[in-house]
Design a protein. Structure first.
Length: 433
C-alpha cells in the first residue's frame, strides 16, 4: 500500500477540462509562471536536510509562495489540453506537477514554523510529522510516488539479489571460502599507483563504449570527456564525478577520479565511467537542451536513475569482459541497495546509528572503512541516496512497459526517447514513454 503519496499520477495527469484557453494564451501563462517562480525567494537546492530546514522562510514569505502556487493552480483550470501541442502539454504537466508539489511542501513548512522551527538531529524521525516529511523528501529526490515502506522492502530485496551476484562471481573466480576471497580483494594488485596509467585506462574504456554506443542508444553525437585527477579529493570523496564544461573552471567536460592516497581501485573503473561519463551523466548532459521552464527544476531521480540504469549494461557496451570489473559494479550496487534500507530505517522507522552500522556489517563484507561515511550520508542527506536505485528501477519498469507495447522495437529507441524527453519528473516521463 502506498501511504501519503505526494503528487499521484491521477492528479498530475487528470485535469480540468473547462474553458478553451488558446495555445498562444497558454504560452503567456507559461511565461508568467517562469517569471513568477524565478522571483520567489526560494533557497538553492541542497542535499543536507539540516541546511534545508535552516532556509525555510518566515510565515509571511510562505504565505506569498502559497498564493503564487494557488493562483497558478487556478490558471491551469482554464486550460483545455486538447488545444495544446505535445510540447505545451509537457509544460502543462510540469507546471501542474510543481504546483502540487510546492503546495504540499508549503503546508509542511508552515506546520513546522508554527511548531517552533526545531531542526531535528540524527534524521527526520523526531519530527512531529516525520512520516509526511520523509515522504516529501522521497518525492523530492525520486520524483516518484513510492512509499517509505516500499523503499525499505525494495532495499532488502535488492541487498539479497546483489549478494547472490557477488557469490556467483566469487565462485566463478575460484574462491569458495569467503574470508579468503575478501582478503584477496584487498591485494595491492587491484590498486593502480601510476596516475598516467589510470588516465590511459579511462581513455581505453571511453573508446570501447563509443564503439558500442550506437547499438545501445542510437546514433548520437557525444563530445569528448577528459579524465583527470579530482583536485583536493579525500578519503570520503566518491570514486569519481562528472563536471559539465558550463560548471567547471577547465573549459571542457571532465570526469574526475579520486586519486587520494596515490592509488585507484581498478575494479571501480568501468562502472564509474559508465555512470559519470558515457552513456551516463555526460551523454545525458550532452543531449540536454536549454529550456527556460524545465531548467528551473532539479529531478535527481531522472539523471541519477539513468546513470545507475546504464551500469547494468556493461557487457552490451563492450565492458565487463574481466570478471573483477563486473564484480566492482556489484560491490558498489550492494552499497547503493543497502542505503535504501538504512535511509528508510533511520528516517521512517527510527533506527539508531548503531542499528544502521550493525545492518551494514551483517550485509557488506570488506568495506567497513566506508561504513561510518555512508551511514552519516544517509542520515544527513535524507532520501538523496534513493535517487539512484529508485530512479533506475522506475526506468526499468518504463522499459518493460515500452517493450510490451513495442514487441518488435529495439531498446536503443526506448533509451533515446527517454533521453530526448529531457529533465522531467519520472511520473511525467511515465506518461511520455
Amino acid at each position: 500500500m502506498r501511504t501519503y503519496s505526494f503528487i499521484t499520477t491521477a492528479f498530475v495527469f487528470s485535469c480540468i477540462l473547462h474553458c478553451s484557453l488558446t495555445a498562444q494564451s497558454f504560452e503567456e501563462l507559461k511565461d508568467n509562471f517562469i517569471i513568477g517562480y524565478s522571483n520567489l525567494r526560494l533557497p538553492g537546492y541542497t542535499y543536507d536536510y539540516r541546511n534545508y530546514f535552516s532556509t525555510i522562510p518566515s510565515r509571511d514569505i510562505i504565505n506569498e509562495q502559497k498564493e503564487f502556487f494557488k493562483q497558478a493552480e487556478r490558471n491551469l483550470l482554464s486550460v483545455n489540453k486538447e488545444n495544446l501541442s505535445a510540447k505545451q502539454q509537457l509544460y502543462f504537466k510540469t507546471i501542474a506537477y510543481e504546483v502540487q508539489f510546492n503546495l504540499q511542501r508549503l503546508q509542511l513548512e508552515e506546520e513546522w514554523v508554527n511548531e517552533g522551527r526545531k531542526i531535528p538531529a540524527g534524521g527526520l524521525y523526531t519530527l512531529s510529522h516525520h512520516k509526511q516529511w520523509y515522504q516529501y523528501f522521497i518525492h523530492k529526490f525520486t520524483s516518484t510516488a513510492i512509499s517509505p515502506a516500499q523503499v525499505f522492502e525494495m532495499g532488502k530485496a535488492e541487498v539479497a539479489r546483489v549478494k547472490k551476484e557477488i557469490s556467483r562471481l566469487q565462485n566463478q573466480l575460484g574462491y569458495h571460502d569467503e574470508t579468503v576471497f575478501y582478503t584477496h580483494l584487498n591485494d595491492p594488485v587491484f590498486f593502480l599507483t601510476d596516475k598516467t596509467t589510470v588516465v590511459n585506462r579511462f581513455s581505453n574504456i571511453d573508446s570501447t563504449v563509443r564503439k558500442n554506443l550506437s547499438a545501445f542508444v542510437g546514433h548520437v553525437s557525444t563530445p569528448s570527456v577528459y579524465a583527470m585527477e579530482w583536485p583536493g579529493a579525500g578519503p570520503s570523496t566518491p570514486p569519481g564525478i562528472y563536471l559539465h564544461h558550463s560548471d567547471n573552471a577547465f573549459g571542457k567536460d571532465v570526469f574526475q577520479f579520486n586519486f587520494y592516497g596515490g592509488h585507484y581501485n581498478y575494479r571501480v573503473m568501468e562502472w564509474i565511467y559508465m555512470h559519470e561519463g558515457i552513456p551516463g551523466h555526460h551523454l545525458q548532459a550532452s543531449l540536454r537542451k536549454a529550456d527556460p521552464l524545465l531548467d528551473l527544476f532539479v529531478y535527481p531521480g531522472n539523471f541519477e536513475g539513468w546513470a545507475c540504469y546504464v551500469e547494468y549494461y556493461g557487457k552490451e557496451l563492450g565492458l565487463f569482459t574481466d570478471a573483477y570489473m563486473e564484480l566492482g559494479k556489484w560491490e558498489w550496487d550492494l552499497v547503493r541497495s543497502l542505503r535504501l534500507v538504512l535511509d528508510a530505517g533511520i528516517h521512517y522507522y527510527g533506527w539508531t546509528k548503531q542499528q544502521a552500522l550493525q545492518y551494514w556489517k551483517e550485509n557488506i563484507k570488506g568495506q567497513d572503512d566506508i561504513a561510518e561515511r555512508e551511514v552519516s550520508r544517509v542520515t544527513n542527506w535524507a532520501a538523496q541516496a534513493l535517487s539512484y536505485k529508485i530512479g533506475a528501477s522506475f526506468i526499468f519498469q518504463l522499459q518493460e512497459n515500452w517493450r510490451l507495447k513495442n514487441p518488435a522495437g529495439q531498446l536503443k529507441d526506448f533509451r533515446l526517447q527517454y533521453l530526448s524527453a529531457g529533465m522531467v519528473p519520472l511520473l511525467i516521463m511515465q506518461d511520455i514513454i
